[in-house]
Design a protein around this ligand. Sequence first.
Ligand code: IPE
Ligand code: IPE
Ligand code: MG
Length: 263
Amino acid sequence: MSFENVDYTSLNIPAAPFSNPSIIPDFPADKVPRHIGVIMDGNGRWAQLQGLERTRGHQAAEPVVFDTIAGAIEAGVRYLSLYTFSTENWKRSPSEVRFLMGFSRDIIRRRVAQMDEWGVRVRWSGRRPRLWKSVIAELESAMERTKSNKTIDVVFCINYGGRAEIADACSDILQAARDGKIKGNKVTEKMISDHLYNPDIPDCDLVIRTSGEHRTSNFLPWQAAYAELSFAPELFPECGREVLWRSIDEYVSRDRRFGGVKK
Ligand code: IPE
Ligand code: IPE
Ligand code: MG
């Protein structure tokens, strides 16, 4: 495959982003998860099942990403973390990695006006080294443009790894101790939370993984320590806001105890 002529456009962009209010489930506002994380998995299998290149599956995922964001806004979710590229995804073929880098950069550029219009504050969680500079530049520009938006924070987890995030937090704590900004010889949970990539973002309440895999693959291990888990059998390109709503519906009836006893 030549990368001079890569087609980064999506396959099918929905025209009407928001639903008719009559079809939006009526979740009790105080029960809707404040922060949802989505492990958007199954793009490659979706493409391969149809005899297409894996990259076609990533392209087919673009409208699903934006349908999911629209559905999260409609449900009243305040933070949505989207696992887009993990620190382990560099193990894939150089051509797939290059596609994913260029495609992520182009999606953010192409969709920033739409996200801004929707009231989305764009955020990024991930490691800087190795990530393409053009991806970082596009993220930084989108974050700056949308920094005052308050409808929903959408966190693109790109070159994100949960262990890397905790290790990076520990390195920052070490540096702060060397600089005399942290006293004593004890690392507390609060110190680690305060040194994560986006310390202002609350813990994750619900993690959804698509494609029928039952694992979390290094996604938000700190923030999702007490999250409810929901596994959807659909491959990500077959998903959309209905899958998100189904998981929220499941979540609403869960009993979260956080180690305590139900009163
Ligand atoms: C998820 O789909 C997208 C990324 C990890 C970038 P996959 O590419 O992992 O698709 P499968 O799991 O191989 O089908
Ligand atoms: C997790 O999916 C990463 C993203 C969705 C970005 P993977 O497809 O990389 O996870 P594994 O390898 O199946 O655990
Ligand atoms: Mg996968």
